[in-house]
Design a binder for this molecule. Sequence first.
Ligand SMILES: N[C@@H](Cc1c[nH]c[nH+]1)C(=O)O
Length: 388
Amino acid sequence: MQQSTWFTPEGLEDLLPPQAQKLEFYRRQLIDGFHLSGYDLVLPPLAEFTDSLLTGTARHMAIDTCRFTDQESGRMMGVRADMTPQVARIVSNRLKAQGEISRLCYVGEVLKTRNNKAKGSRSPIQVGAEIFGHSGLDSDIEIVELMLESMSRMKLDVKLSLGHVGIVDELIALACLNANQSKDLIDILERKAIPEFNAFVAEHLGDSEWAQRFNQLLAYCGNAQDVIGQANAGFAGLSSAMDDYLNHLQGMIDHLGKMHSVDIHLDLADIRGYQYHTGIIFAAYSACGFLQPIAKGGRYDDIGADFGLALPATGFSLDLRGALDLLEDTDETATQTVYAPCDSDVDLQVAIRQLKQQGIKVIKSYDAGQVPAGSQQLVKENDAWTVK
Ligand SMILES: N[C@@H](Cc1c[nH]c[nH+]1)C(=O)O
């Protein structure tokens, strides 16, 4: 059947000029920034055996992963839906001992089975950075600051949102909810379905002190300095783990407040989209009120356990394709452009090479009539090629 227009599947679009060039510009900005902070670039493969791709904490990714049979081995393979677990696999092979630190960054396309616009692009171009081997506040601070620095490299004005997966888990444990109840509650919180949350609390916790604490959890949302004060007053002393989590958040908020002028929001019940994370979580939102976070990440300790080395880890990633419309256009006119005739003159080739070495764009014109009016051209005068 003849088709006059060839469509690509929903959520899988071409990136055309000048958007593709713009993406490439910001990709370099980000990777150069990571490089300057000591992060080594890794490029994991697009597809892997599902055994390793969906191992351990990454098993939550199964539903998002496109799968097919490997014609070489007969084994099931999957196209990555997130690069972070791949990088964790790499590092667990690379780091041979606890206590070593590894800083890695990555860029690549990922693919998701479904096109859920509310959750972002189906084929993100993921750029991210991770620190493995350190479990304290310092590495979380380093990653959050790297995320903020990346936002300024993208010339974006952002707000920061913080949370902590451990606080939700600890409340669930302290309230002695069983495995099924815990699963249901996490599912409700992941969807932030408030009426369901209220019904759940009423059904399982009645009017106990734990019902009150879960209601407080939902209310701990707003300006970070205010909310951490309220959370300390409400939750400190419940357990030593809870105190550690609150202190961790307090340390992050104090440090950022001192060093950065960014607006910080804290939402203790917000665990939406954090699947394998175990500790502090963070996201950068556009200051102009973009609904999806531009970048997000968090702590995900022990992700490498299934590969034989349980490491503490923290990191962030972003979808460059999804953020593209928010980014300032790159100034293509800033690159000087010169047109050159198609001529096998050796001196012309030398002149072209020299211009390119100076960062000047040289376009061959097959037909002098097609050179845009007023543009610069290489012309031969007195036996020498000069730009006119
Ligand atoms: N890859 C995670 C974010 C992340 C990176 N590192 C840790 N967390 C995501 O896409 O949600």
